[in-house]
Design a protein around this ligand. Sequence first.
Ligand code: IPD
Ligand code: CA
Length: 567
Amino acid sequence: MIADLHVHTRFSDGSYTARELVVEAKRKNLSHVAVVDHDTTAGLPIIASLAQRAGLGMIPGVEISAFDTRTSRKIHLLGYRLPLPAPHVEALCAPIRERRNARTREQVQALLEAGYPITLEEVEEIAADSFSPEELDVWEGVLFKQHVMELLVKKGAASRMYGDLYRVLFKDDGICAGDIEYVDLFEALAAIRADGGVAVLAHPGQQESFDLIPELVEAGLAGIEVFHPDHSPEDTARARALAEDFDLIEVGGTDDHGTFGSPRRLGEITAPEAGLDRLLSFDDDEVEWLVKTVRSAGDLARRATTDGIDPKLKAGDIRDLVTAHDMAVEGYLRDAIGSRHPDHTFLTEEDETLPESTAGPAWIIDPIDGTTNFVSAGTYFAVSVARWDGGEPVVGVVYDVMADECYVGIPNRGAFCNGVPLLPLERPLPLEASVIEVSSSTMRRLKRDFGVETKQIRKSFRAQRALGCASLGVIRVIRGTLDIYLSATISAWDHAAANIVLREVGGAAVVEIGDEETGERSHGEASTSPPWFRRDRGLFIAARDRATLDALLAHLFRSGRPPVTFL
Ligand code: IPD
Ligand code: CA
């Protein structure tokens, strides 16, 4: 994982729009970026939703312009893992933005009076330049001195942003000099914590703030920015030593402002992996342990992709494969979970036995979902593990092994990818604008078992796709890159974990459990709990929201709904 945890955008004094940042981070192959715009969280929802579709982990953050009143120093405080919205941080920051805006307007007026060829409208244009309409909608129009300098460079009055003219105008007794009033450092820390965020001291080497650490730790500081472009090797070493002494999370990043800053390239300074892991941890030992276990199971499968894999046919079916690796991964997971939880029960794909009862804690495991992809392509397969207690879902984990993306769903706590919260899906689409995953064998079964005509599928959606891994199909719905996943050949272990994640982003799913009255198409022990804890294959449909799912059911099953249950 590669994470740049200090990035600014146009929502404060950076030059990236939300789109530009996401595209650039993907181009640089970053797994995570933390957006920490100065004193605002306005851009975070838009950036988060673009990042979610692009498969980028965006950690919502802020950099608060604070002040230590006792020593009269400007201190920047980073807040990571903010919720969206972050009410305490916003309440604290709104007045800073107002003061900054007012101050920049005064500066523009002073420059005008001194004969510089600029107008307020032009500065506003620079600040808003290349924002999309949806970005402009949420941007409060905060102007920074960087926008003024950018205009002066454009007009030829200055050769670069932080050159001689900048110093003449904005430093010492220059006509634009003088800071706005910042907020109290300890109030800033309290606001970040009140929102459930992680407070981190920004670039202590740049602001000579090392001495504040003990007191800040007392007040709840959790981390320190160790790696920063302004840090000398001595600063970095000092920050590391303090991190160790006070058990602080070590973070780092480029402080990239795009073209509105000295050239620092996104991703050139990154956070240490251990710091990122701590920053994104669940604060829940059981979930941490499970994620680690599923990742280790995935490591086994990943290593095997370079082996000559020798698949066997299940029941002589050339389309239903099993490999020694499916068995090994399943064995690993059963052993690991079984030794931690000796009295829990299991339903796993490669072990034919059905659990006697699933009334207590029960696990449902597909060691390799997408075995055909695993064998033929060495990618697009997942490890899928779900846990229920007394018929209620507790946690679902789907690990996309080759993408190294671990999806976790915890009922009422949310959905996460590599520790980054995923947003609810909020783009209702008509069926004809939807992309649906459905395979040719599912189309055949739909016709045979439910009388659904092929053209009801081919002609009714924008496009039809098939990836060949059910859990990752559902994950695509979760990311917002697919609208509907439909399979008629699916078993409980294929969808159990993914469905727990899906529910947490507001998605909806149905599963066919047979007609209880006639018993038709109900091949399993229908009385086990939950009822679809069975080994047989059937219908499963996941959609981005309930309305889409209802519309789809009405469209497909015109002469009556098959026996489906909403999950
Ligand atoms: C299979 C995949 C596939 C679906 C099959 C599943 P497996 O899982 O998820 O996409 O169409 O029905 O059996 O057998 O490779 O674990
Ligand atoms: Ca499997």
